[in-house]
Design a binder for this molecule. Structure first.
Ligand code: A4P
Ligand code: MG
Length: 204
């Protein structure tokens, strides 16, 4: 896997089959252990009813920020591998699943290919994406400058319940070379020693 200049990728996590909380917490650790990926911030866990078919269980959702030094298409393939490893099989569009990992944003990139649409086109309509994302990044904006906070009012009708902070740990064996960050991320050359660990915050 070729190393690129690092970007901050924002990933939406969802699950409503099996042990959704466990699958999401393990997925954060699995993302952290992917080559060229390092989890930097994680929201709490949110319970909410399904969007799409209503004859499926409620979802658990969360959002994570990942320092990613690989191209978006490679990150998507890696995330699809984690979905399969969690036992996901295809059901129906917007249907029940063991694990769903969506790339919500990738630095300031705008991508529209058959394989990948970034930013994710449904962000504005999903309380379960906006609330956890704003929890970890209250000033979040899309590449075109749109403030995510401005969309919250329109989705508040969708019930969303904060459950608790998400519990996870950095992978102890992962060996990571220091990497540079792009200008959009606005930070400089983190190394293993600056690993922040989980710092979930409850939304106000
Ligand atoms: N794809 C294109 N862009 C992206 C992207 N930015 N991130 C392609 C991830 N994948 C992207 O996805 C189908 C294809 O979309 C992928 O192969 C990839 O090439 P999928 O996850 O296999 O199928 P899907 O999930 O049925 O479709 P889609 O459109 O991805 O649905 P979403 O948007 O993932 O929504 N309700 C609640 N409360 N909580 C949820 O988390 N999730 C969904 C699924 C529906 N309802 C929900 C929730
Ligand atoms: Mg998906």
């Amino acid at each position: 896997m070729a190393q690129e200049l690092a970007s901050i990728a924002t990933i939406g996590l969802g699950a409503n089959l099996g042990d959704p909380i466990g699958q999401i917490e393990r997925a954060v650790e699995a993302i952290d252990s992917l080559p060229l990926c390092r989890v930097r911030a994680v929201s709490g866990l949110y319970a909410n009813p399904p969007i799409g078919p209503q004859d499926q269980p409620d979802y658990i959702n969360a959002v994570a920020e990942v320092e990613a030094s690989l191209v978006p298409e490679a990150l998507l393939r890696a995330l699809k591998g984690l979905e399969r490893a969690a036992g996901r099989s295809f059901t129906r569009h917007w249907g029940e699943r063991m694990l769903d990992l969506d790339i919500l944003a990738f630095g300031d990139r705008e991508i529209a290919t058959a394989e990948l649409t970034v930013p994710h086109p449904e962000i504005a309509h999903r309380h379960f994406v906006l609330a956890p994302w704003l929890e970890i990044r209250p000033d979040a904006r899309l590449p075109d400058g749109t403030r995510l906070a401005g969309w919250l009012g329109a989705v508040r009708d969708h019930p969303l319940r904060f459950l608790r902070p998400l519990q996870w740990q950095h992978h102890p064996d992962s060996v990571r070379a220091p990497v540079g960050l792009d200008a959009a991320a606005g930070r400089s050359r983190p190394t293993r020693s600056d690993a922040p660990g989980p710092t979930p915050r409850r939304p106000s």
